[in-house]
Design a binder for this molecule. Structure first.
Ligand code: ATP
Ligand code: MG
Length: 341
């Protein structure tokens, strides 16, 4: 049975990459599958968060989910810290994952920076918590941006090792094919890695100090227009074939964004704009981006004006998440040999 799990960190500045790489895909999947969409606040605190901002940002991600089209009746929307199974299973998986596996994770190296000794221990074991997020629900598919591919592969390795280490009790518990399904990343579409508007070789990111590097989901029309106008490009006209985007990261990025927003492919975009100047293409991109994003931003603001209702949605989602997670966590404990009453 297909079950979807994914999450976004409440670390502020939700941007176009989060929308195209993750949230928009979440919306598309909810029609066909059982989906759990989490606001991963336990992940957020791997880097210090101001408490009031963390609370606000948690509501903001929730509002973004709903404003983008996730229906909280149909899909389960909740914040991670309200379901204690995430932290409990993460501890167990900390004891399954190998230090050598974690040492290969590129996100840790990027986020920890030069002085790795000063990074939190949580940032280092973050991928184990992410594996727990997915495995706690026996989720089979995880829609994410390209940057999370390595973490999903690690989650598969962890699931596989757990299944091997405990093969005997797992078989006795009635799971001959293994207890944890190996989750598949779902990385698809024209914008799986949206790049910074200031530097076409860097991922668009919440933590980039330059606001001009990204379009925020709450930016108004004028801000979106300004940021696209100022986005870095090269002096050549747009190519007519997708092949011509190689070695042109900024052009490739903007064409990919256009394609993802329009729901087409890069080839279709180049069929319309190939051979033309960037200025004309950027004008069309401003119109498209404004059209798609400003209604979401407006709806986010409307939802955020009623924090009590947002908290109620999260509580309701957490109760439903518990219903799925609790029996799986209980079985996990039995398999390991923990006594429980
Ligand atoms: P942070 O800098 O705090 O890690 P982030 O922008 O990477 O923030 P996350 O909450 O870590 O956001 O990621 C949420 C989802 O958005 C993930 O599925 C991630 O792969 C996706 N995502 C993040 N940045 C991009 C991007 N530039 N392009 C496409 N998808 C992205
Ligand atoms: Mg990230």
């Amino acid at each position: 049975k297909t079950r979807i799990f994914s999450g976004v960190q409440p670390t502020g500045n939700l941007h176009l990459g989060n929308y195209l790489g993750a949230i928009k895909r979440f919306v598309e999947m909810q029609a066909d599958y059982e989906c759990l969409y989490c606001v991963v606040d336990l992940h957020a605190i791997t880097v210090f968060q101001d408490p009031d901002e963390l609370t606000h940002n948690t509501r903001e991600v929730t509002a973004a989910y709903i404003a983008a089209g996730i229906d909280p009746q149909q899909s389960t929307i909740f914040n991670q810290s309200q379901v204690s199974g995430h932290a409990e299973l993460a501890w167990i998986l900390n004891c399954v994952a190998r230090i050598g596996w974690l040492n290969r994770m590129t996100q840790f190296k990027e986020k920890a920076g030069k002085d790795r000794e000063k990074a939190s221990a949580g940032l280092y074991i973050y991928p184990n918590l992410m594996a727990a997020d997915v495995l706690l629900y026996h989720a089979t598919h995880v829609p994410v941006g390209e940057d999370q591919k390595q973490h999903i592969e690690l989650a598969r390795d962890i699931a596989q090792k757990f299944n091997n280490d405990f093969a005997e009790t797992i078989a006795r518990a009635g799971y001959p094919g293994g207890f944890f399904p190996l989750p598949e990343p779902v990385i698809a579409g024209a914008a799986t890695r949206v790049m910074s508007f200031r530097d076409g070789t860097k991922k668009m990111s919440k933590s980039d100090p330059s606001d001009l590097s990204r379009i925020n989901m709450t930016d108004d029309e004028d801000t979106i227009a300004k940021k696209i106008r100022k986005a870095k490009t090269d002096p050549e006209p747009l190519p007519s074939e997708v092949d011509g985007l190689k070695e042109r990261p900024e052009a490739d990025n903007l064409v990919g964004i256009y394609a993802a927003l329009a729901g087409t492919g890069k080839d279709a975009v180049l069929a319309d704009f190939g051979g033309g100047e960037f200025s004309a293409f950027k004008k069309a991109l401003v119109e498209l981006a404004t059209d798609k994003l400003t209604p979401i931003g407006d709806e986010m603001r409307r939802l955020l004006s009623d924090p009590v209702e947002i908290d109620r949605i999260l509580a309701d989602g957490a109760a439903r998440a518990h219903n799925v997670a609790d029996p799986i966590l209980a079985k996990t404990k039995d398999i390991i040999g923990f006594i429980r009453s």
